[in-house]
Design a protein around this ligand. Structure first.
Ligand code: HSE
Length: 350
């Protein structure tokens, strides 16, 4: 039976997932028994289209790329247009809502309302949107559990690098007392460019040109983006109930090029580290620039790359490094959530 998907938001990440589904449909069917069918798209700027029997993904992608909107999707039988996000969530026949709207990191809206509406209507959600997980994880995961639906959010921390699922699955059985990591690619890029001699302003502009920075780069450079990710790690992996404002947060705007280069001369590096610690059940989190030895594995992480270290009592320190952003990578994070959704429905072991 097909798994019906509705995209709420259809920007770069949503389109990247649609492209992966189109390209890999044969493999997904063969390896995981997954038949992913897109039934709806609803986007504030790009309009909306719904067809209960399924839309043609390639046609959908071609339409949005050519016209900047999905409204010109051919009017074949059964096609409905003009539904809002909430109408799509509540009234479409989708099994899973792919929530990839713009992240408003202050309120988490409208993504939080989208997740709630989906769960209340018995639909699962996969999302890369940090807002709902950083601000309303407890409430949303409880609701999803009560409604017996799936809530996947792997891409909220380190995009397609499995920072959330790896410790839960592969490191199960360990007690993890500390998690520390480089969780913002823009800042790491700026710091490593400053080590090479660039100015802060020049490096930031370049990070924006390369597409690493958030729409408002203040969220990156002041550490807010990393703070949300630290809150997600604390709440999901350490069982805390931390509000993001309880995460101590300092960005890199007061670090000078001279300080960065002096550290290098003295065998050290500045890195913006997110730390989550569990001291006898008291979970604390912080995000701040730290001077670490150049021999520390985290000092060797350069450019926009992210990395995370889990201090495990049995396995020792385990470091995971990889992309923290990128369309294909983030599209993959949604795919892996969908694969786990499918496995859960097939009652297979994950
Ligand atoms: N602006 C973010 C970063 C993108 O630089 O890491 C992913 O959240």
């Amino acid at each position: 039976m097909a798994t019906k998907l509705a995209f709420v938001g259809f920007g770069g990440v949503g389109q990247a997932l649609a492209e992966i589904i189109s390209e890999r449909s044969g493999e997904l069917k063969q390896s995981y028994g997954m038949d992913l069918q897109v039934v709806a798209v609803s986007d504030m700027m790009k309009g909306s289209v719904y067809r209960p029997e399924g839309l043609d993904i390639d046609q959908l992608l071609e339409t949005v790329r050519k016209n900047g909107t999905v409204e010109q999707y051919p009017d074949q039988s059964g096609v409905l247009k003009g539904w809002s996000s909430l109408e799509t969530i509540e009234h479409s026949n989708a099994d899973v809502i792919v929530e990839v709207t713009f992240t408003d990191v202050h309120t988490g809206e409208p993504a939080i309302s989208h997740c709630k509406a989906a769960f209340q209507n018995g639909k699962s959600v996969v999302t890369t949107n940090k807002g709902p997980v950083a601000l309303a994880y407890r409430e949303l995961s409880k609701l999803a559990e009560e409604q017996d639906v799936f809530f996947g959010f792997e891409g909220t921390v380190m995009s397609g690098t499995p920072a959330l699922r790896m410790p839960v699955m592969a490191l199960a059985g360990n007690r993890i007392k500390e998690i520390k990591g480089i969780l913002n690619g823009t800042i790491n890029y700026i710091l490593t460019e400053m080590e090479k001699g660039s100015s802060y302003e020049g490096a930031l502009k370049q990070a924006q040109r390369l597409g690493y920075a958030e729409a408002d780069p203040t969220n990156d450079v002041e550490g807010y983006d990393a703070r949300y990710k630290a809150a997600i790690l604390a709440n999901y992996l350490m069982g805390a109930d931390l509000h993001h404002t309880e995460v101590e947060c300092k960005g890199i705007t007061s670090l000078t090029k001279e300080q960065v280069q002096q550290a290098v001369e003295e065998g050290e590096k500045w890195r913006l580290l997110a730390r989550v610690t569990d001291e006898d059940g008291a979970v604390k989190a912080s995000v701040k620039p730290e001077r670490i030895s150049a021999d520390d594995p985290l000092a060797g992480v350069t450019g926009a790359t992210n990395a995370i270290v889990y201090e495990c009592d049995l396995a020792g320190p385990i470091m995971l490094t990889g992309a923290g952003a990128g369309l294909k990578e983030t599209g993959f994070s949604l795919l892996i959530d969908l694969i786990h959704y499918a496995k859960r429905h097939a009652k297979a072991t994950i």
